[in-house]
Design a protein around this ligand. Structure first.
Ligand SMILES: O=C(O)c1cc(C(=O)O)oc(=O)c1
Length: 314
C-alpha cells in the first residue's frame, strides 16, 4: 500500500496514521467476505473535510482502501460515511462508484435531503444512513429529525446504523426501539470490557438484541475497546483478549445478525494503530467455527447489502 498523506488540511495534533505494510493474515477469510465497516477520508484536496468536523484525519483514499481489501483477502467493502465529512457524502459515493459493484455505502443525511438526492445515493450503492450519538464526534440532532429521516429511508429498503456509548443505551432505548427499519449497531455499542460479561451494562445490550430481532451488531473495533491488550502489532496472534468474550457472546448468541469490519483507517485511535492483518487474525477468536465465520463475513453482509445476489440462499 502507498503511504498515508495529508493534503491542504492540517491533521489533528497527535493524529495516528493508518498502518503501512499490514501483514498477510494467518486466518484466511472465506471466499466472498465483506469488510462491512470501513471509511475513506478525502483525499482532502479533492473532497474537503466538513467545516463542522471534530477531527481532521490523514487522507485515506479509495485506492488505498481497495488495496487493503485485496491484501487481506476480502471481496467487498461497506464504506461508512465518516463524521469528518459531515453530511457531504461525495468521497464515500466516489469510492462506491469506483468499486465496480464491490462496495455498498452508509450515508449521513440531513432532514432537508431531497427524494432525488436519496435516489441518487441509492443508485450509487448506499443502503443505509448513520445516526451518531457519540458526543466527541458530532453535535446533537433532534430525535424527531432522525425519526423523520428513518421513515423516509425505510421506504427505500435501507437500514439505520447507530453509534453510541454503552452508558447511553438506557437513555436512547426508547428512540432505538421505535425505529422502523433494521438497526445496525456500530462496534457492539462500545461496551466497557472491564465490567463483567454478565454485568448489567452488557446484559442490557444483549437484551436489546434479544428482544428486538431487527437489531444487528458489528463485532468490530477490539482495538478501541480493549483496555489490557495486547495490541495487534508485531505478529501478536492473541490480541485484545479482554474483548474476545464480549464479541464471541454476540456472535454465538445472534449468529445471523452480526457483521465484521476492519474500521480502517481507524479514526481517533490514541495509543496505537493496529496492523490490519492481525485484526483479521482476531476473527477466529470471536467466531470459532467455519459456519460462524461464513455467516459473519459472507452470508449476513450479503443479505443486508446485496440481497439481490443472496436471495434464496440460507
Ligand atoms: O470512535 C471513533 O472515533 C469513530 C469515528 C468514526 C467517524 O468519525 O465516522 O467512525 C467510527 O466508526 C469510529
Amino acid at each position: 500500500m502507498s503511504k498515508p498523506t495529508s493534503g491542504p488540511f492540517e491533521k489533528t495534533p497527535g493524529w495516528l496514521d493508518w498502518y503501512e505494510g499490514p501483514s498477510k493474515p494467518a486466518f484466511q477469510v472465506p471466499p466472498g467476505s465483506v469488510d462491512a465497516h470501513c471509511h475513506v477520508f478525502g483525499p482532502g484536496g479533492t473532497f474537503p473535510y466538513a467545516p463542522e468536523r471534530k477531527y481532521t484525519p490523514c487522507d485515506a483514499s479509495r485506492e488505498q482502501l481497495f488495496a487493503l481489501r485485496d491484501h487481506l483477502g476480502f471481496a467487498r467493502n461497506v464504506v461508512v460515511q465518516a463524521t469528518c465529512h459531515g453530511a457531504d457524502n461525495r468521497a464515500m459515493v466516489d469510492a462506491l462508484q469506483a468499486a465496480g459493484g464491490r462496495a455498498r455505502g452508509v450515508a449521513t443525511v440531513k432532514r432537508g435531503v431531497t427524494d432525488e438526492e436519496l435516489q441518487n445515493l441509492h443508485a450509487a450503492g448506499v443502503r443505509g444512513v448513520r445516526f451518531n450519538f457519540v458526543k466527541r464526534l458530532v453535535d446533537f440532532t433532534p430525535r424527531d429529525e432522525l425519526m423523520e429521516i428513518a421513515s423516509r429511508i425505510h421506504k427505500l429498503g435501507w437500514h439505520v446504523v447507530i453509534y453510541f456509548e454503552a452508558v447511553d443505551l438506557p437513555e436512547l432505548w426508547d428512540f432505538f426501539t421505535a425505529l422502523p427499519t433494521t438497526v445496525v449497531v456500530d462496534h457492539m455499542g462500545r461496551p466497557d470490557v472491564t465490567q463483567p460479561l454478565d454485568g448489567p451494562e452488557f446484559e442490557l445490550f444483549v437484551k436489546f438484541m434479544r428482544e428486538h430481532p431487527n437489531v444487528w451488531s458489528k463485532v468490530s473495533c477490539p482495538e478501541r475497546l480493549s483496555v489490557s491488550g495486547p495490541q495487534a502489532l508485531n505478529g501478536e496472534q492473541n490480541a485484545y483478549r479482554d474483548v474476545v468474550p464480549f464479541a464471541r457472546k454476540i456472535v454465538e448468541t445472534f449468529p445471523d445478525r452480526v457483521l465484521w469490519g476492519t474500521d480502517w483507517p481507524h479514526p481517533n485511535l490514541k495509543g496505537h494503530m493496529p496492523d490490519d492483518g492481525l485484526l483479521v487474525d482476531f476473527i477466529p477468536h470471536i467466531a470459532p467455527t467455519a459456519e460462524l465465520q461464513r455467516k459473519l463475513l459472507v452470508d449476513n453482509p450479503m443479505r443486508l447489502y446485496w440481497p439481490e445476489e443472496s436471495a434464496g440462499k440460507a
